[in-house]
Design a protein around this ligand. Sequence first.
Ligand SMILES: Cc1cc2nc3c(=O)[nH]c(=O)nc-3n(C[C@H](O)[C@H](O)[C@H](O)COP(=O)(O)O)c2cc1C
Length: 346
Amino acid sequence: MMTNRVSDPWDVQAADFPKDGSAGDKLTFLLNYAVLAPSGHNTQPWLFRSKKDFVEVYADRTAALPVVDPMDRELIISCGAALYNLRVAIRYFGYMDLVELLPDPNKPDLLARVRLGHAHAPTADEQALFNAIPKRRTNRSPYEDRPLPDTLLEDLKLAAQQEGAWLYLADHDGVRSLLADLIAEGDRLQWANAEYRRELASWTHPNRSLRRDGIPGYAQGVSDLASYAGPLVIRTFDLGNGQAAQNRDLVNGSPALVVLGTQRDGTEEWLACGQALQRVLLRARAAGVWASYLNQPCQVSELRLRLSHILDQVGFPHIILRLGYGPEVRPTPRRPLDDVMFESLD
Ligand SMILES: Cc1cc2nc3c(=O)[nH]c(=O)nc-3n(C[C@H](O)[C@H](O)[C@H](O)COP(=O)(O)O)c2cc1C
């Protein structure tokens, strides 16, 4: 099979789409866009299998984060985000996306089987979402004191709903300050746990590391030199109070704070939430808006319960994002497709 793989997925060029290749060749090429999705600690917890006329998306549970994500919820959400990129890319290149979710009850890690559907002319909206895929990053800088347009906020709500999730906008000062308290409490609880720090340290790398996964120091605003000490510092010291204060400032200074959730809490809903997350992130990015995560209250179970009570929404919160305008930031590494594809005999 012709794979047309690029060594760094960020370098993928639309002009290289194998328009005369088989459906399998086309879908395999489009996986270069799937892997540009965000993932918890940049674990890239996905695997793909390519056949003659479909590709399959699998959860790679060897990339799990047992401390911060013991149920693999964020792992499945990350795979949902990758699946959404694949769907957008399929539409951009002129096909409907045919997706079977969880197609085999005997294979719980097989999350989706994806085919090219009939010919489809991409809408302006689909083109904008596709063009935002390589421009999206998690941007942890402070954002400008500039409100987001109400129309964009409405679009983001709709984007989440269209993928089967809800988006709650924390637009009252009261709710925002309760969320800021929960985030700060989450920071203190997580950092006080040595296992949390060890897990985070093992996925944090110096800026010049050759690793193609994990979080380089620069993504946290750390200089080249300081980034060498990052993993040791994280593993050794409880930085909870400092993180809590920093995140409180970020929350207070961010033009928008939103929570994504679903009515129920299972694999199907996590996959929906991942697709909703990516649709929201791409819609925001297409409008020049960055996002970053403050998920601590969703990651600590007793805080998640309190968060649910604060929100005027039925169901389960999964992701907290702040949104706003800010400076450009560098992309984080991605593993090449060869590292995330596997063959099997059946
Ligand atoms: C489900 C999920 C949960 C995440 N949780 C956090 C988080 O709690 N804190 C954070 O700083 N980033 C979080 N991230 C962002 C990832 O660290 C980021 O996507 C990854 O490092 C890759 O970088 P990129 O988004 O710039 O491509 C999360 C991402 C996903 C998809």
